[in-house]
Design a protein around this ligand. Structure first.
Ligand code: CAA
Length: 380
């Protein structure tokens, strides 16, 4: 794989790996036990330039390519999938929509703050009644002079209780489905924006996931992103980027599960030899390693297409679909290899198991990724 990366990208990998092992790893107990958002880690990521890796220097970002960003997500997620998702949501769907669809004024105002980590971004598409069928969302944005008034609710918003800006999708016309949806930039503390109670999740402890309510939330019309009716396409186009990030997160979890499983299988002796030398275990390890490698190739292939500006909706969905399945399987097998120990909180494999599951659900379930891949395939 090294042949695929430039020296600059390898430097990024080393820098992020060091940071993850030194600064992120020590926060895991607090994230796990107290479900505490890693504020200091995010602050340090801002100082290191990690909050705006693929954002051009013109807007205060690191000006690096998309593959470097994916490398960072991969390495962070190997240590903490929680920190991985915070960065992925912030960059792919919290910042990029403004970068690609914002006016020059919106970009100048928001991007430098987001790219430096002064602001944290969130993305509010999902609703209680609109998950996979995102176009059926019901939050309304009614134009009233030079304001829009938003009414409705959003669910499962990553970074939602700690974000400074939200990319919010709401219906501006009665027209059914995707055509009546518009996108808005909404700042925290806007009157009428109510942040709900933090979800207690199976995994990704420390990541902040909340519902949002818009109760007659008035915002200036200048907060519209793109044109009225562009919202659904903005959401979909940015999920095309975002899903590579989730593939990288899943890849990180899978690789970590594999490394722990190999190490343990070599140490653990039963029936007079290391369990790694029992075929039942070594074949499992060989399967996981093969799937991790395949996930890596799919993920970095999608990233390299994206870095070159080549349409890659199909490759993105394939990468997310495959890497999330590989992560789930690697984590299940790692727990199995650890046996009873794997079922305790004394070893990280149970965390990998809990964290892996969400990669098959958010930013489009595996079933949605199948739909997207099939749609591209049948159109070609
Ligand atoms: N890029 C640009 N435009 C796109 C697009 C894309 N990738 N995909 C679709 N569109 C456009 C289509 O061209 C179409 O426009 P026209 O009518 O002008 O041609 C319009 O959008 C509607 O497209 P579809 O008819 O394909 O839309 P659909 O209603 O059938 O839905 C879907 C398609 C893929 C199922 C979509 O609803 C979807 O992705 N659902 C999953 C939602 C999701 O991923 N949610 C994630 C929430 S965020 C999150 O999880 C973050 C987190 O916490 C980590």
């Amino acid at each position: 794989m090294n042949l695929l990366f430039t020296d600059e990208q390898e430097m990024m990998r080393k820098m992020v790996r060091d940071f993850a092992e030194k600064e992120v790893a020590k926060e895991i107990p607090r994230m796990e036990k107290e479900d505490r958002f890693p504020t200091e880690v995010v602050k340090k990521m801002g100082e290191l330039g990690l909050m705006g890796i693929p954002i051009s220097e013109q807007y205060g970002g690191a000006g690096m390519d998309y593959t470097s960003y994916i490398i960072a997500l991969h390495e962070l997620s190997k240590v903490s999938a929680t920190v991985g998702v915070i960065l992925s949501v912030h960059t792919s769907v919290g910042t990029n929509p403004i970068l690609y669809f914002g006016t020059e004024e919106q970009k100048n105002h928001y991007i430098p703050k987001l790219a430096s980590g002064e602001y944290l971004g969130a993305f509010a598409l999902t609703e209680p009644g609109a998950g996979s069928d995102a176009a059926s969302l019901k939050t309304r944005a009614k134009k009233d002079g030079d304001r829009y008034i938003l009414t409705g609710s959003k669910l499962f918003i990553t970074n939602g209780g700690v974000a400074d800006t939200y990319i919010v999708f709401a219906r501006t016309s009665e027209e059914k489905g995707s055509k009546g949806v518009s996108a808005f930039i909404i700042e925290k503390n806007t009157p009428g924006l109510v942040v709900g109670k933090k979800e207690k999740k199976m995994g990704l402890h420390g990541s902040n996931t909340v519902p949002l309510t818009f109760d007659q939330c008035a915002i200036p019309t200048s907060q519209l992103l793109g044109k009225e009716g562009d919202g659904f396409k903005i959401a979909m186009a940015n999920l095309d980027f975002g899903r590579i990030g989730i593939a990288a997160q899943a890849l990180g979890i899978a690789e970590a599960a594999l490394e722990y499983a190999v190490r343990y299988a070599k140490e653990r002796h039963q029936f007079g030899k290391a369990i790694a030398n029992q075929q039942g275990i070594s074949f499992k390890l060989a399967d996981i390693a093969t799937e991790v490698e395949a996930a890596k190739l799919l993920t970095y292939h999608a990233a390299s297409l994206r870095a070159r500006g080549i349409a890659c909706g199909k490759e993105t969905s394939m990468a997310k679909l495959y890497a999330s399945k590989a992560a789930m399987k690697a984590a299940i097998e790692a727990v199995q290899i650890y046996g009873g120990y794997g079922y305790t909180e004394d070893y990280p494999v149970e965390r990998f198991f809990r964290d892996a599951k969400i990669t098959q659900i958010y930013e489009g379930t595996s079933e949605i990724q199948h739909m997207v891949v099939a749609k591209h395939l049948l159109k070609e």
